[in-house]
Structures are given as structure tokens and as C-alpha cells.
Design a protein around this ligand. Sequence first.
Ligand code: TPP
Ligand code: MG
Length: 1020
Amino acid sequence: MHRLRTCAVRLRPLTASQAAQTVGPQRPITVASPGGARTFPPIRGYTAPVASEPFLNGTSSNYVEEMYFAWMEDPKSVHKSWDVFFRNANAGAPPGAAYQSPLGLSAAPQLSSLVGAQPNVEKLVEDHLAVQSLIRAYQVMGHHNAQLDPLGISCVNFDDAPVNSGFQDVGFYGLDESDLDKVFRLPTTTFIGGSESALPLKEIIRRLEMAYCQHIGVEFMFINDLEQCQWIRQKFETPGVMQFTLEEKRTLLARMVRSTRFEEFLQKKWSAEKRFGLEGCESLIPALKTIIDKSSENGVENVIMGMPHRGRLNVLANVIRKELEQIFCQFDSKLEAADEGSGDVKYHLGMYHRRINRVTDRNITLSLMANPSHLEAVDPVVQGKTKAEQFYCGDNDGNRVMSILLHGDAAFAGQGIVYETFHLSDLPSYTTHGTVHVVANNQIGFTTDPRMARSSPYPTDVARVVNAPIFHVNADDPEAVIYVCKVAAEWRATFHKDVVVDLVCYRRMGHNEMDEPMFTQPLMYKQIKKQKPVLQKYAEKLIAEGAVSRQEYEEEIAKYDKICEEAYNRSKDEKILHIKHWLDSPWPGFFTLDGQPKSMSCPSTGLTEENLNHIGTVASSVPVEDFTIHGGLSRILKSRAEMVQKRTVDWALGEYMAFGSLLQEGIHIRLSGQDVERGTFSHRHHVLHDQNVDKRTCIPMNHVSPDQAPYTVCNSSLSEYGVLGFELGFAMASPNALILWEAQFGDFHNTAQCIIDQFICPGQAKWVRQNGIVLLLPHGMEGMGPEHSSARPERFLQMCNDDPDVMPPLTEDFAVRQLYDCNWIVVNCSNPGNYFHVLRRQILLPYRKPLIVFTPKSLLRHPEARSSFDEMLPGTHFQRLIPEGGAAAERPEEVKRLIFCTGKVYYELTKERRSRGMEDVVAIARIEQLSPFPFDQVKAESERFSNADLVWCQEEHKNQGYYDYVKPRIRTTIERAKPVWYAGRGPAAAPATGNKKAHLMELQRFLDNAFGLDAFKDQQ
Ligand SMILES: Cc1ncc(C[n+]2csc(CCOP(=O)(O)OP(=O)(O)O)c2C)c(N)n1
Ligand SMILES: [Mg+2]
């Protein structure tokens, strides 16, 4: 905030040392003003003690500043007494001597009317201060007195809120009736004067009432930026600012007609269908259209929207302009689904449409993201998608791509994800440079009214955390709605920050069209029944004004009704329902014209020795000059260089090889999550920090080759729900990018469960859109207690769609086809080479699927968990199953036991096998790709060791981990010919014990079972 040091402070007595400090040159002061920024020289000579100035005290400082600025511009513009005072003060008058009683001064003629017969300057200053306080009170609290509720019942009872605390009462400020006709000079922090700099108090109040207490309530004085506050004041205070041309009024009426008649048409045709209509908030449609028109005028070409159920079909029809017949045929229950997948209800589907904006004549692409029922969950997804679109078109400031988020009042106040999303809004790697939020505030959520639904005065208070201005508006006044929407769009274009439009409206029907609202809100609904529809009110207003004739209005209605009727007739010809027509993120060129993958194969994911060497060298070096890295990091880089020399990789280097090579191939990579730049386990170090220069960093991954794609690695805010949603959205924008989200520890993913359950797992089935996001979830039972141990593989596996009981046909392209058919891929790699391959495969596959990777913690540094370059050369692939390759494989018929396992426990098993000398009798196979299940390779492995009994070994508890998923699938593979024994921890409520000793005992117990050839005798 550019708040000036107050005069009062300057007027405080100075100590000798302070006085000495003030001697140096003082900087000029810049203040925003209506005509642009004004610069003033520093105030000189205000060293008089305040006590010496009879009329000044600390609270008068603002007023004195105002006077001073005005005097600097034009000494005649202030009262003579001020003129004398400032002259004296600037001339260095000693304390107390600058002031002269006005009695001895002859007042300037033009100012005599200002103070009238009032000779008392003390009173004059007090009154001016009082007026200034009054103006400020309107700016701060005026919204509490605005007439925002169309129902006029304001069903919220905010007894505790500091509303209406008499701020409009002039007596509160020490003024009285007799002051109303006096003229007061206006401070620079108001624009109510227009071209006038002084007004009678009565007029000041009238104009403040007009600006702040009509149908618009502006909440902005918490914003700690003077320029932004001035901007808003100007937009709402300037007299006559809310003028509309005839053309604008007629367009608005036409939009209201469409919005209203669309719902009426649906109600008439499908009165028994849920559609979550917009009745009571019809002005939402012109509101959105205005935001889009205005943004298009400001250069925006692409608008990405997210919204809940309320009025969604109307938005699709009248904002995005989805063909009406496509919407209407969604109501036809007899239509056959043409697409694979389960589909979704009509008020969840997304949409993408490119068209000409009729107002600006410019191209605009509008998309509405598909979303689940889970309110507000789509918010971060929209932001991520918006960020990606901005990134891929080089729109660094959000001038061409923007997002609009719609909210219900109850959800906006209640859902924490709203807060998490707001906190992304200003972070460099997550900002979308301002989102316009529109709240359809119908003052109810299902059957719960705000008194029971939130503790804040408004549903929008959450937006205050990011200093977003909030424009409350009575939705029954369409012109006021349009005005705030214009201002909101301009705000976004000017400051690139979030803004909220709170459309205070009502819900004419129940929660849905089948619902009876009188059960729970009888009084509210009695009022609603009496409420004249907003279209009717507005049409009457325009007819009365002569802006439109009744006949024209009726023709407009008839015209739209006809459009609906014709579309309805066409919709009856539709026989098949295509969810593909409801795609929100098409990937042009990635699929064949009929939406199929271009091939059903995956090339080798290996790299040449030369390339491995090259990327390894980048990973071990500091590619910029004069850059001092930490000594510990030098050692890490040195050991990387040694590994490269020995042709091996550890986990971090394997990841480097995958990322570096994909970047070379033009694939953008974005790795986001908490502390990912260094890596939670201090193994990654993708961002180097100069130890001597603040904020000087270097990302070697961006130095792999000159024409590489960019690498984004970003530490996120401490949010999972918000950030995972964001990355999922980012991954939607393009198939040619590898987008990874890493959890700090795998168990934290459950705070983002909604994104996983509603979007990632079923997204393709519901909305026919693919997504290649990668989740990196550190997982492993390492005696660290119940938290941080388990990434809950059982949950991911339980949601896999491959059938446990059916052996799939083992065709030649089995592996790729199986991946194509699955809803997501779940892997647990036991070595860095395989991790490298699976990351590369994610992009080299001809389609996209989410990839869940359980990643290691202790294995990051395990000396055996390394891979040779040989496993990463051209011709090599990701191994879905790593078969036994040791002594047991030499005479497989003599092997007594085949242990299947996955992940880190493999190293515990091999260690135990070595120590027991059982290498030739026990074979161990690692299932690296858990889902889709490698039926073919499990079959081959169990046939190879045909005399062995089968054990599934895991370090997780029996009711957790992988057992419930793998057991039926192994049994199906072997046609249930043998049992599959379990070696692992017993069932438990918590993922792990908090006691290290108990942890080790459990480990030993299950290893004893795994290698005790008689361990399962009793169970036979
Ligand atoms: C996370 C979540 N919890 C509960 C619900 C069930 N639900 C659907 S609509 C609704 C009320 C929403 O109220 P509001 O946000 O004010 O929107 P409105 O329906 O009034 O437009 C509720 C509780 C939901 N969809 N999502
Ligand atoms: Mg509501």
C-alpha cells in the first residue's frame, strides 16, 4: 500500500538524532488520482510538535494530507487559513507558529461560501474530518445497506455482524442537520464529485447512497492497494457511470428472454425431469455473456469455464451455444449410447465450442469443463487447464486465455477446495492471471438456509483472503448485474487478479424441479410465489421508458420459442447419443478422425548409450558459470557422474534420463507437488540454488539440448486437493506433455480423494476424455509409524476395471490393448530402469491413461536398487513382470516355491533367501505393473515353475496392499489349480505399527512364512 506517512507523524516532536536523520534528500510521493498518478514533493518543515498546533491531532492526519496535496496543486483551492499554515510551515516556521487564526485572515472570495459564516477553523477541520469519515464509512460498509435481496426478506440474520452500525447517521460523526447544506471539500479518495471538488453535505450523502446503497454492494476496502481501491471507487462513485445505450438495453432484454424462455420450454416439455433450472437467477446468462463480450474486447480468445448444476443447461444453450437439439435429445431416455464408457447425466457433461463473438466480431473458444456432482471440485481443474492453455500459447500474462468459475452460495462458502483454489491464484507456476467468479447466490443450499450453512456474513468472504474485490448485486436488476460484470471483466484485464460477482437471487422451484421447497422454507417460498419474474419486470421497465415496444418484446419471445420448437423437432430425429459431442478438451491430431488411437503398439522406450551418457552428464553438472552450489550437493553430483561412468542409474538418475529424453523429443514436462524441486527425500535436486546470491537458481534439466521442450518443476502450495486437481486440468490441455503430481508421502493423496475418485479413475468412462496424468506416491513400510508408510495401494487397485475372474485372450498386442481398455495403470517399480521405462511409455503410447506409481523411499539410496544402462538401451521396454533370473531359473522344475511380490519387499525377500541359502528352491517374481494385471506373464512364470507352490508376499497388512487384488487374478491365471498362500502382515486397522521393534518382528514373521516350506501345511 502506498499509504503516505501521515502528517501527524511528521508533526510529532523529533529527537535530536531523528532530526539529524531527516536532513537528507526526501523522495517525492506518488499518489493515484483520477487524472493519473500525481507526484508531490516531500512535505518540508513539518517538524512542529503536534501539541503545538492547536487544531491538529493524530486522527486529522488524512485530512491534513488531503489539504496539503490540494494546496500543492493550487494554493487557492484550500481555505486561506490552510494556505497560510502551509506557507508558514514550508518556510520553516517554528512549532506552533505556522498556524494563524482565520480571524486575522481575509477569506478568499470563492471560498467564503464553503465555510459560510463559520469562522472557527477548529470546527471546520472537525467537520471536514467528519465528512471524510462518513465517506469512508460508505465505502467500507455501504454494501451492508445496499438493497441486494430481490425478495427483500434477507433470510440471513446476522446479529453479530457489524452491519448497519449507524454509519449513515451524520450525528455519529458529530455533524447535525444544520450541516447538511454546508459545502465540504471532497478528499481525493472519492469520485462522487465528478468534476466538482466540493459539495453540500446533503448531496455528498445522496451520491454515496447512489453509489453504495442501491442494487450494488461493493466490498473492496480490505484491498491493501491504493491504486486498486481508487480504481474501484472511480467505477462505482463517478456520477452517471451506470448509463446504458438503447442498443445495450435491447440486447440485454433479448438475452433475458432467451434465458427465461429456455427454462420455460424445458419445463413445458419435460416437467418431470431434473434440470436444476435457473428460475430466479435468469440474469446469470446476460451476466456471463457480458463478461465474455468485455473480455473478448480486451483480447481474450479462449474462455474456460467451470460450473455446478444450477442453470448449466441454460449456460450450454445460451452462453456456449451448444446446438439446442443436442441438449434436448439428452432428455430422451430411449436414445442408445454410441460411445464406450458409462457416460454421465446431462447436467455434468462438458462442452467445447469455437465461434465468432457477435458483439466484438472476434473469434472466441468457449469450453465448459465436465464435472462430477461434487461441488466445487472442478475449480482447480479449470485453473490447471487454463494455465496449460496459457502456457502452450505463450500467453504469459493471461491476456488471451482466461477462466470463469461459477458457484452456488452454499458450496462456495462450505467447500474447502474453494479456499485451496484461491491460494493458487497468485503463485507464479499456478496463476491464471485472474479468474472471474460468479456466485448464483439464491440464498439457499438444497433445504438449508444460510443461517445454518455458514458463519460468515456473505457466502463470498473466502475471496477476501486473496484481496479479490466482491461485487454483490441484486439479480432482479439486470442493468446493475451487467454493470458489475463489465467492471469485473475490466478489473481482470487491468489487474490480472481474481474478482467475485455475487448475484443475489432466489430459487423459484425446489432444489430440483421435483422438490417441494415449502416443507422447509415456507416463508421464503410464500414470498417467492409473489415475486414477479425478472424478465417481466425488466420488460415493463423498458416499455415504460420507451426503449422497446410491447410488440417488439412479444416478437422477441415468439422468435426464441420458435427456435426452441424447431430444435425440439430436429432432436426427435436423433437416434444415437454421442457423448463425444460433449467433449471439453479435444486433442486435434492425436487420434484418427473417428477418435481412435493411431496404432495399437508402443515402440521401444530405450535410449542410445550416447544419449544416456549425455543426459547423465547434464544431471551431474552445473550448466551455468560462476554458480556456487552447496558442498553436499557437489558430492551428490559427483556421485551421479561416477554412476554414469559405471553405466548405472539410481532412482533420481533414472527419472532424469526419462525426463531429459522426453524433453529432447519435444514433450513438455511439468512436475508439481510439495517440495518436489529438491525432492522430499533430498534425492532429486532439479533446482540448484546459488549459495551466494539470493533467488539465483538453475535448472540443469532445461539445458539438455537447445531445441528441447521446456521443463517446469514447481514446489506447490501445501494443498493436495487443489494442486492435484490443477495438474489434472493441466494434463487435459495437451497429450504431448508429461504432467506429474508427487505427494509428499503417498498417504496424503487421500486429502485429494475427490479428484482421484471422481475425475482420474472414471474420467474417461464418464466423459470420453483421456488423461495421462502421473501420480508419484512414496510408499513403503519402513518402521516410520502409521503415517507416511502406505500410499494405500488397495484403494487404487480396488478401482481398477479389469475383471479378476476372466482370463483375457492373449493376443499379440495383448499388453497394449489391455492398457487401452483399462481405466488407469498402477505400477510399483522395483528398480530405476523400469521406472524410467514406464515414464517414457506414458508418452510413447498412442493414447493416454492416468498412471499411478508407488515410489520408493529407502530404495532411493539402496545399493541394489540400481539399473544398468544395458536395461535402458534401444530395444528395451518396461517390464510388466520381472521374472526370476537367478539360480532358481536354472533348474525350474526343482523349485519348490514361487513367490510373487511387488516393490521394495523384493529386496527383503532376496536378502532373506540368500541368508537361508534357498536361491535354488525359491523363485521370486516381481509384478511391476499391478494393473492392468499381466495375466500372460504371470501365467508363463507359474508354468515355468510348475512344481512350485505359489505365495503372494507383501509387507503391507493383509486387508491392505495388493493381496485382495492379485489373489483372484493369479487364481484365474492358473485356472484355480493351486492355492495362492499369503505371506505378509496380518489384518490391521492402521497401515503400520508405531513401534519399531514390533515392525521388525512382523517383518521377520512374514519372511519366516515366505521361506518356511511347511508354513502353509496346516491350511491345506
Ligand atoms: C461436495 C458435495 N456435497 C454435497 C452435495 C449435494 N448437494 C447437491 S446440490 C447441494 C446444494 C447446493 O447449494 P448451492 O451451492 O447454494 O447451489 P444451488 O443448488 O442453490 O444452486 C447439495 C448439498 C454435492 N453435490 N457435493
Ligand atoms: Mg444456493
